[in-house]
Unconditional design. Structure first.
Length: 231
């Protein structure tokens, strides 16, 4: 791999359906470039080639797209902690998220919950999940939104981190759920609130690893929810 990669969480964007969608969208010249680059990359890593296709799709399709997004300092601070380096976290508008060229243009394409662009080294999180992570202590927002926002943010931060497994969805997702409590507390949750959010995070994690087996780390040790009553 040439350090060029795209990695998503929560959807099937790293699958072959997404790959063929992007390939079909490109011009003949773009297709040819893509095919050449893929051929060399796919020889060494079957999994990597799917995500590489998406990265190149972004590079080929996305150049002319105008961008408007927020970069909440709190989210960047927390992502930087897990990435162990400065992190750019983009929270697009819903419209921008929907027309992000990585999803293709077919009606109702499947979308992930967030992704890390490994060409340009930045994270993009679904707007609703950004809103959840930013307002973690706001009881007006549903638990799933706050918990999943936190989980996705930590997940993408581990894709940004320069470590051995940054391209391995199972290892990345395992770290994300294992560090969920730390992430939630860094986003402003009390230990009690972090514990209250945990079952929703575990449910989001279970959904991900059930629907997309490449996210499942067989020996991942999950955090344990505490029954919030004493004695
Ligand atoms: Zn991922």
């Amino acid at each position: 791999m040439n350090g060029v990669q795209y990695a998503a969480s929560g959807g099937d964007a790293s699958g072959s359906k997404a790959r063929s969608r992007l390939l079909s969208l490109n011009s003949p010249r773009g297709k040819e470039t893509l095919r050449r680059l893929l051929t060399s990359a796919c020889r060494s890593r079957a999994v990597g080639c799917a995500v590489l296709a998406l990265a190149l799709g972004v590079a080929l399709l996305g150049a002319s797209q105008a961008s408007a997004y927020d970069r909440p300092p709190l989210l960047e601070r927390v992502a930087s902690y897990f990435a162990m380096r400065p992190a750019e976290v983009r929270c697009p508008s819903l419209e921008e998220w929907i027309r992000d060229p990585i999803w293709g243009t077919t009606p109702n394409p499947s979308r992930a919950w967030g992704y890390t662009d490994m060409i340009n080294e930045h994270i993009v999180v679904h707007p609703a999940l950004c809103a959840g992570a930013v307002a973690l202590s706001d009881p007006a927002l549903p638990l799933w939104q706050r918990a999943t926002g936190t989980l996705v943010l930590v997940h993408e931060a581990y894709h940004l981190r320069r470590w051995k497994w940054r391209r391995n969805e199972a290892k990345v997702e395992c770290q994300a759920i294992r560090h969920f409590i730390v992430g939630a507390e860094m986003l402003g949750a009390t230990p009690e609130l972090a514990n209250e959010l945990l079952p929703s995070a575990l449910a989001a994690h279970a959904r991900m690893v059930t629907l997309f087996p490449e996210y499942r780390e067989r020996h991942c040790k999950l955090p344990l929810w505490k029954l919030p009553i004493t004695p």
